[in-house]
Design a binder for this molecule. Structure first.
Ligand code: ATP
Length: 311
């Protein structure tokens, strides 16, 4: 058991593993499209669980079935050990991928409107402090930046002080600083014992925030577990990144996985860095701009799906 897990269990006063969310054999057909093909996972309270996968893998469909937005074709979803009912509606917070904000309202008016939908709710002050909204409260929704908009959407999702929070690609399109700002908020939520289900295209984000991840491709989970353990198992070596295309013959000689990236770079995954570099040099590959890095979640993702999430 990891230290983080032990601390969570001590905080919860229990050594029992009671899943906050238990998903069994979830299936979704959109007419002839078999979008989700029997997905199962359990999420323990207090962790950040990342659902990752390339475009069209079935992440949003899976999340929206769990949230109750989409009907399931088949499968079981249990919240705190029971079928989802009124407590689920009251105790979850959802930040959708695309949400239209009400026009002609200020940020403060929007927050108040949302808070009033719930009986259990966070105070305005807490919401404003948690999501760092103070300086934008009187601004019209149409005039806030992308990062401010994401923080407002998160605040709306937190209005009811949820135990379980779904964040569907909360940082897509944000600049690095705005992303980091949002990460800090997610870390705060985790520190308060909230459970978070996060989908993201950014592997650095998943590696930083997620205690556990599931990687989906073609509607199925192809790898799942504690982030650190997955990395330790699958990503022992390093990544050699070359700035341009590399002749196929030279790559095949290496006997290790390699991937041409969309931006023209080539990445080679190896457990024997020196031997691979020597082999490339012997094949006449220009190594003057080579970069050698420890393998990351991005490399695990490439290895498992053959696709880069973002290039
Ligand atoms: P992205 O990262 O691009 O958001 P995703 O992993 O969330 O992708 P989904 O949006 O769940 O993937 O889509 C899974 C599959 O289901 C895709 O093939 C998609 O085209 C298909 N799909 C999604 N919504 C519908 C729909 N309403 N009708 C028909 N097919 C759909």
């Amino acid at each position: 058991m990891t230290l983080a897990k032990e601390i969570r269990q001590i905080r919860q006063g229990s050594t029992m593993d009671t899943a906050i969310l238990d998903v069994r054999q979830l299936v979704k057909h959109y007419g002839p499209v078999h979008a989700v093909k029997g997905v199962s996972f359990s999420i323990q309270p207090g962790i950040c669980f990342g659902l990752l996968g390339p475009n069209g893998a079935g992440k949003t469909t899976t999340i929206e079935m769990i949230e109750g937005i989409l009907p399931v074709s088949s499968g079981t979803i249990l919240y705190k050990g029971a079928p989802r009912g009124e407590s689920f509606t009251q105790e979850v917070g959802i930040q959708l991928q695309n949400t239209e904000l009400p026009m002609f309202l200020t940020v403060k008016e929007t927050l108040d409107t949302f808070r009033n939908l719930y009986t259990r709710r966070l105070s305005s002050q807490e919401l404003v402090a948690t999501c760092r909204l103070q300086e934008m409260l009187d601004q019209d929704n149409r005039k806030i930046s992308g990062g401010q908009r994401q923080r407002l959407l998160l605040a709306m999702a937190l209005s009811n002080d949820p135990d379980l929070i779904f964040l569907d690609e909360p940082t897509t399109g944000l600049d690095p600083q705005a992303r980091r700002y949002l990460w800090e908020i997610v870390e705060d939520l985790k520190a308060r014992g909230k459970t978070i289900v996060l989908t993201t295209h950014y592997m650095d984000e998943a590696q930083k925030l997620c205690d556990e991840i599931a990687i989906m491709d073609h509607g199925k989970i192809i790898a799942m577990g504690e982030t650190r353990a997955l990395l330790d198992t699958h990503c022992k070596g390093s990544s050699i990144v070359l700035p341009g295309p590399v002749p196929k013959q030279a790559l095949e000689r290496l006997g290790t996985p390699w991937f041409p990236l969309k931006d023209g770079r080539t990445t080679i995954q190896t457990e024997e860095t020196d031997r691979s570099l020597k082999a490339l040099m012997e094949s006449g590959v220009d190594l003057s701009s080579v970069v050698v890095m420890p393998q990351t979640l991005e490399d695990l993702f490439l290895k498992l799906t053959g696709k880069a999430l973002r290039n």
